[in-house]
Design a protein around this ligand. Structure first.
Ligand SMILES: Cc1cc2nc3c(=O)[nH]c(=O)nc-3n(C[C@H](O)[C@H](O)[C@H](O)COP(=O)(O)O)c2cc1C
Ligand code: SF4
Length: 439
């Protein structure tokens, strides 16, 4: 098995959590011990050299982010672990939290040492009660054993870790929305700059990292930079945890070498292939916010660069598979209902624009669309612009725009057919059922 299954290598089966003793027996907390014997900057340097990129979606190098924390401000520094896992199609972080919770706790404490923090908050999605329970139980053990608390591993240094239950909104996964929520306010994203590394929780420097990003830290420190980089390639170092769902025989999470595993391998080898012997129509590779890919584009390794070059994004590694019977108008409507509902409403282009997108797709879906609606949909998506173009505070608006534009680019035929044939086949089937029931 070697390095290929590093994060989950010693994980017990789904449904059970690894105890402190089993974690230690499998080499756990050695990374933290080693980190505590190093200068904080040396730990950051290791993470920088390992090249680990953020696993929450944007792929920003973790070591670089840590290096932005200003020194000597006199303010406390915080670590906020993003365990909101709210992106549709993503369910990988719960594997770590529920099966190897000590790995995340160790990663949080080691990261705190590196950035000069003494408190880490793990902001867990409210709909993940098992993850919350597993982390809380592991924290009780960690405090008893002294890997968290007033004298971490006998070093004389204090560091605590708290679990915070999320409030159930997608926007609380956006890093500054998460901070607002953690402070007790509404999950409203904040304008950047200032970036959280400079001004985050209670206006103090705060590093926000995804669960999987932090879970890599103990292994980087314990086994060394070269061991970490021996998996993946220069663009995407280390393993990736990927969730595969939708129209596959075996929806699952897998830990892969991103340099040698293609999207086709994920579907055909790991998830048992497209279900019911059907053909593949489309794949959204990185969670619902990224561009959709047509079936003929999936022979690419699951690295950030390769998936980007193929026209999409590896994002938060939630691979959503759609079979040949999928109506893409219906699939896009599902997404637009979600993004409109989850828009926090602070920015007009997002608040109004996601509503317009939903209305337009609904019109086409229900057979009330005009031929010009297809281009109108494309142009509304362009007008929203998003954070990429400085028109909105956060990237939620872009998350609605990217699927819309790519659905139209690759599957325009489905939209034209819905306009010409009186609506989506899904709408027509629903109408037929309704008529039967009321007859
Ligand atoms: C609308 C929205 C939702 C997000 N949801 C999550 C999430 O659930 N989990 C996560 O780790 N990152 C999420 N992100 C990305 C975070 O803003 C942030 O980039 C990430 O937590 C940083 O950690 P990383 O560098 O380790 O990836 C979201 C971003 C946006 C715009
Ligand atoms: S882009 Fe949308 S979700 Fe993000 S802050 Fe603006 S209105 Fe809120």
């Amino acid at each position: 098995m070697g390095l290929r299954d590093r994060l989950l290598q010693h994980a017990p089966p789904i449904g059970s959590s690894q105890s402190y003793d089993d974690y230690v027996a499998s080499g756990g907390y050695q990374g933290l011990k080693k980190a505590l014997g190093m200068e904080p900057d040396a730990v950051t340097q290791m993470v920088l050299e390992a090249g680990v990129r953020g696993r929450g979606g944007a792929g920003f190098p973790a070591g670089r982010k840590w290096s932005f924390v200003p020194k000597g401000t006199g303010k406390p520094v915080y670590l906020a672990c993003n365990a909101d896992e709210s992106e549709p199609g993503c369910f990988k972080d719960r594997q770590i939290m529920e099966r190897v919770p000590h790995l995340l706790i160790e990663g949080c404490v080691a990261a705190c040492h590196a950035i000069g923090a003494q408190i880490a908050y793990i902001y867990v999605r409210g709909e993940y009660p098992q993850s919350i329970a597993a982390l809380e139980a592991a924290l009780v053990e960690a405090r008893e054993k002294g890997t968290v608390g007033s004298d971490v591993m006998g070093s004389g240094w204090a560091c605590d870790v708290w679990v915070h239950k999320g409030a159930g909104a997608y926007i609380c996964g956006e890093e500054t929305g998460l901070l607002s929520s953690l402070e007790g306010g509404r999950g409203y994203p904040r304008i950047k700059p200032p970036f959280p590394a400079v001004e985050g929780l209670w206006r103090s420097p705060t590093i926000i990292n995804n669960v999987e990003t932090l879970a890599n830290v103990p292994l980087i420190v314990r086994d060394g930079v070269e061991a970490f980089k021996s998996v993946g390639n220069d663009d995407t170092t280390g393993t990736r945890l990927v969730g595969i769902s939708g129209h596959v025989e075996n929806p699952c999470d897998v830990e892969i070498d991103p340099a040698t595993t293609t999207i086709r391998d994920l579907i055909e080898t790991h998830a048992g292939g497209v279900w019911k012997g059907r053909k593949l129509k489309a794949v959204i590779p990185g969670g619902s916010s990224v561009p959709v890919m047509p079936a003929d584009a999936i022979d690419v390794p699951f690295t950030y660069g390769a998936v980007r070059d193929a026209g999409s994004l590896a994002g938060a590694a939630g691979v959503i598979v759609m079979d040949e019977t999928t109506c893409m108008v219906d699939a896009l409507l599902n997404l637009m209902q979600f993004y409109h509902h989850e828009s926090c409403g602070q920015c007009t282009p997002c608040r109004e624009g996601t509503g317009w997108l939903e209305k337009l797709v609904t019109r086409i879906w229900k057979g009330e669309g005009r031929p010009s609606d297809i281009d109108l949909l494309d142009s509304v998506a362009d007008t929203i612009g998003g954070a990429q173009n400085g028109k909105t505070i956060c990237f939620l608006a872009d998350s609605a725009v990217m699927p819309t534009k790519s659905f139209l680019k690759h599957f325009r035929g489905d939209f034209v057919a819905a306009v010409e044939n009186g609506g989506s086949p899904v709408w027509k089937a629903q109408e037929a059922r309704r008529a039967k029931v009321s007859a």
